[in-house]
Design a protein around this ligand. Structure first.
Ligand code: GAF
Length: 398
């Protein structure tokens, strides 16, 4: 039977847990996917990012097991369960688990180093579109982290004696880098764990300092339209890692710890000192950091509508300099702008996934129609469109 998506992921996970294990879960934790408003491919360069959390979440219903085993079941969109091979937490090591099961197992592996090593039954349900560049895998990992912490009687709250949320984000990043094998930065885990409703999260990745910046598009008569192009992507593929290596090589040649240390004023000299293939990467990172700072200033001043050109400039930079866009993302951005969006850009790692458009509410239907027709004209798979409302970060549901 097809499960209704009107039922929350938390309820679906709890019901499926009871049906599958014949007992109630001890608790349910969930974590959201994210949209990055601006600040792309800056996180692993020690730079600035500005994400907000989606209302879409991955929920994990969990109960402890006394035998040290981790057993994970996910409930698909069709309501059917998929079981991962149970693994002994004490025996987890990089390379031991592959496919989707590596994401929750990696979290258990990293938590073991922080003294949380008990076994658990986990049942996962969610509504974050997967493969859409909206961070469904990080939402899964963050929800698993909170569930395993919760079963051990800990919450991600330093004032309650637990680890801070940013610290948990760093643990989750380590599990993805070292266990799953994807060389991603800190953006997505931090967004999922630290965002709050009606705000975007301004994060300085180097210092770990963050600020909740008010972000309520509807109040300003605007909407953030998410365009899931259905062109799927993966960070384990080489494109992402190659960009990251290029940035690290450029920083090394420039004698700085990270590209964050190259400023706008120093950009021309830095470019002149680098071999030609590395220059566009550096130009993107330096100009993107600057665009984040200018976007934050505009949001603080309540001038959301004025951020449009910065979003569009970010897309051009990612398309032409960083070269992580693709046909579907460019078609989405161009069609949205032609139909009256104030700004539009790809969001997330690129090579597929989603774009966003900042749209005056009265233009929203026209933009939706224009994007869908542009895809149809080129015989591309129909995109999935929805309006994103900045929502709450990860937490306990039941
Ligand atoms: C992906 C990665 F997971 C993030 O760390 C970040 O680098 C992003 O791509 C690009 O900004 O989502």
């Amino acid at each position: 039977m097809r499960t209704s998506h009107r039922t929350s992921p938390a309820r679906r996970a709890a019901d499926a847990f009871a049906a599958h294990h014949g007992r109630a879960a001890e608790g349910v934790w969930s974590a959201p996917g994210r949209v990055n408003l601006i600040g792309e491919h800056t996180d692993y360069n020690d730079g600035f990012v500005l994400p907000f959390a989606l209302p879409h979440r991955i929920a994990v219903a969990a109960a402890a097991r006394g035998d040290g085993m981790l057993a994970v079941t996910t409930i698909g969109d069709d309501g059917k369960p998929q079981h991962a091979e149970p693994v002994r937490v004490a025996e987890l090591a990089p390379g031991r688990v592959s496919g989707w099961a590596a994401y929750p197992a990696g979290v258990a592996w990293v938590l073991r180093d922080h003294g949380i090593s008990g076994g658990a039954d986990l049942v996962v349900a969610g509504d974050v579109p997967s493969g859409a560049g909206l961070s469904s895998s990080h939402a899964l990992q963050c929800a698993v982290a909170l569930a395993l912490l919760g079963l051990a009687g800990t919450t991600p709250d330093e004032s309650a004696g637990g680890p801070g949320r940013l610290e948990v984000a760093r643990w989750v990043q380590r599990s993805e880098n070292d266990f799953v094998g994807a060389p991603t930065g800190l953006l997505d885990q931090t967004a999922s764990l630290c965002c709050t409703a009606k705000h975007a999260l301004f994060l300085d990745v180097r210092s770990g300092e963050s600020e909740q910046v008010p972000f309520d598009a509807a109040q300003g008569g605007l909407a953030v339209l998410v365009i899931d192009t259905r062109a799927s992507h993966s960070h384990s593929e080489s494109g992402y890692g190659q960009r990251r290596q290029g940035c690290e090589r450029a920083a090394e040649l420039l004698g700085v710890p990270a590209l964050r240390d190259v400023t706008g004023e120093g950009l021309a000299d830095a470019l002149a000192a680098l071999p030609e293939p590395l220059r566009p990467l550096v130009r993107h990172v330096v100009t993107e950091n600057d665009r984040v700072l200018r976007t934050v200033d505009l949001l603080r001043a309540g001038q959301l509508a004025d951020t449009g050109p910065l979003l569009t400039a970010s897309h051009s930079s990612l398309r032409d300099d960083y070269r992580v866009s693709c046909l579907e993302l460019d078609v989405a951005v161009e069609a949205a702008l032609d139909a009256g969006a104030l700004g539009a850009r790809m969001t997330g790692g690129g090579f597929g996934g989603s774009a966003i458009a900042l749209v005056p509410e009265e233009r929203e239907s026209a933009v939706r129609r224009a994007v869908s027709s542009a895809f149809a004209r080129r015989s591309l798979t129909a995109p999935r469109l929805f309006t994103a409302v900045p929502s709450a970060g990860a937490g306990r549901d039941e």
